[in-house]
Design a protein around this ligand. Structure first.
Ligand code: FAD
Length: 494
């Protein structure tokens, strides 16, 4: 009799696993439970959908539910939330979520009615339940006009907000904030709380729609997982684009009262220790938390990061139960320790590896380097590995960093710009530990980071990176590419 592989969660990790397992072993019966109606969607594209560069939410879907069912022979049950796992009986229980397909399609179970219950036996089980946007424990987060961006329905609501504001509001002559002093006209103002990836991407999306945007960041720099040089360049650029960047500004409350004391249930201002900024809308971009309740209730162990702990095959402490993607830990390629870096490639890669394992070929899927990229208006940046010295020291290294700025193309070649590279290595072993790169958009900071990912993954010394035989031609770089320059300078220091 054929075995059954049950998957909980129908996005990157879940559908990668289901597809790979079916491809490798067509006899496997595969059942996927997804509580929403969207599957295999690219949440990463949501800021660009809200900005207006992508016209339809459907464009973010890579494979439709019908294609999974009809072409890939996967028993995909959308609108089904798995509410418990019984590892002794090897079953999961799912409830049908009525209404999931109406309002925003991936409405959470909290707002949808629950219908029929089904109990599904499994031989192999994957928890790919993802992560959810965190909401900070401050006053006013429940007010109208306060948004998060963690799901397709969040994206839909934000796009509708932007469309409404565009339809209703004539552009106003600026008279309120410092942002509009450079803009001829603007709408809003709006506040973005949190200067991480989503905060920065959404600042661009909103500013591109002529909103006066205030970006609040608790620490003294944006994108703290990048180098200081990268953070500073992005903050400077955002300010050049008329975003008001409030650094060192922990938001203490969202309030409904206007400055004159009037107000209803709608957010009207963002309050920090030393400021109060009027807003028509607030977006909380304060991070994500792994969805682990299902796993915890089933006795599946979490790691120190708070995400589900797995071995190198992504198997949990319970036999034949796997976890992957934003709900699970992964192993850091530099420290060798468990880490939590919820990003799309890891979800896809680990999901695929689990599919292969379940289909009979044990596959590890590899570690993570914390590699990430971001675009902010006309700037691009990437980071990988260990950059923060405190973090590197905690992992037993003696870190040393150098930052260089070099031409992105041959000096005589038209156009071009500069790339700033911060390279970090271990003083004792000279091993490359990490890097952060920033350049104008299109000048290659992100693609250049790939060579450094290779170096840190393989445990390469700076002197070897310095001798990497990188491609060169004037339209793309200088003979000594900026990352080779960085390696030479850091090597000299070592
Ligand atoms: P998810 O995509 O979260 O999917 C989990 C699924 O499980 C959901 O569909 C959920 O409805 C379902 N589910 C949960 N619990 C249950 C249950 N009990 N029963 C049934 N179904 C359940 N990553 C990058 O690498 N680069 C980027 O540029 C980037 N940009 C992003 C921008 C935004 C706005 C967001 C929100 C994320 C971004 N990410 C980015 C992160 C990336 O989207 C995630 O890493 C990836 O989607 C993780 O996939 P996953 O399958 O683990 O989880």
């Amino acid at each position: 009799m054929s075995e059954t592989f049950v998957v909980v969660g129908g996005d990157a990790a879940g559908m990668a696993a289901a597809s790979k397992a079916k491809r490798d072993d067509p006899d496997l019966e595969i059942v996927v439970f997804e509580k929403g109606e969207w599957v295999s969607y690219g949440a990463c594209g949501l800021p660009y959908y809200i900005k207006g560069e992508i016209q339809s939410l459907e464009d973010l879907v890579s494979v439709t539910p019908d294609a999974f069912r009809e072409e890939r022979d996967i028993d995909l049950r959308t609108g089904h939330e798995v509410v418990s796992v019984d590892p002794d009986e090897r079953t999961v229980t799912a409830e049908r979520v009525d209404g999931a397909s109406t309002a925003g399609r991936d409405e959470s179970a909290a707002t949808a009615e629950h219908g029929d219950t089904v109990t599904q036996p499994y031989d192999h089980l994957l928890l790919a339940t993802g992560a959810e946007a965190t909401v900070p424990p401050i006053e006013g987060v429940g007010l109208e006009g306060v948004y998060t961006l963690g799901s397709m329905s969040d994206g839909k609501e934000l796009r509708e907000y932007v469309a409404r504001a565009r339809e209703e509001g004539e552009l106003q002559q600026p008279d309120r904030g410092p942002a509009c002093q450079f803009l001829e006209d603007c709408r809003g103002p709006v506040g973005v709380v949190g200067g991480g990836y989503i905060g920065v991407e959404m600042a661009e999306a909103l500013a591109a729609n002529d909103f006066e945007v205030h970006l609040f960041q608790r620490s003294d720099r944006l994108l703290p997982v990048f180098s200081e040089a990268t953070s500073d360049e992005i903050a400077t650029h955002l300010r050049e684009q008329d975003v008001v960047v409030h650094l060192g500004s922990a938001v203490e409350a969202l309030v409904a009262e206007d400055a004159d004391g009037s107000g209803d249930d709608e957010v009207a201002a963002i309050v920090t220790a030393d400021d109060r900024v009027s807003v028509d809308m607030a977006l909380l971009g304060t991070g994500v938390r792994p969805r682990t309740a299902l796993a915890e209730a089933a006795g599946i162990e979490l790691g120190e990061t708070g995400a589900i702990a797995t071995d190198t095959y992504r198997e949990t402490n319970v036999a034949d139960v796997y976890a992957a993607g934003d709900c699970a830990e992964a192993t850091h390629v530099v420290t060798g320790e468990p880490t939590y870096v919820p990003l799309a490639l890891t979800a896809n890669r680990h999901g695929r590896a689990i599919g292969q394992t379940v289909a009979g070929t044990p596959t590890e899927g590899g570690g993570v380097a914390g590699t990430a990229a971001i675009k902010a208006f006309e700037i691009e940046a990437a980071r990988t590995g260990l950059i923060d010295h405190e973090e590197a020291r905690a992992a037993g290294f003696d870190p040393v960093s150098k930052t260089i700025t070099a031409n992105s193309r041959a000096g005589y070649y038209p156009e071009g710009g500069e790339v700033t590279v911060t390279l970090t290595a271990d003083r004792t072993t000279e091993r490359v530990l990490g890097a952060s790169l920033v350049s104008e958009y299109g000048e290659g900071a992100v693609h250049r980071s790939h060579a450094i990912v290779g170096a840190i993954t393989e445990g390469t010394a700076v002197s070897n990176l310095e001798n990497y035989d990188l491609a060169y031609a004037p339209p793309f770089n200088t003979t000594w590419d900026p990352i080779l320059v960085a390696a030479k300078v850091l090597g000299g220091q070592l």
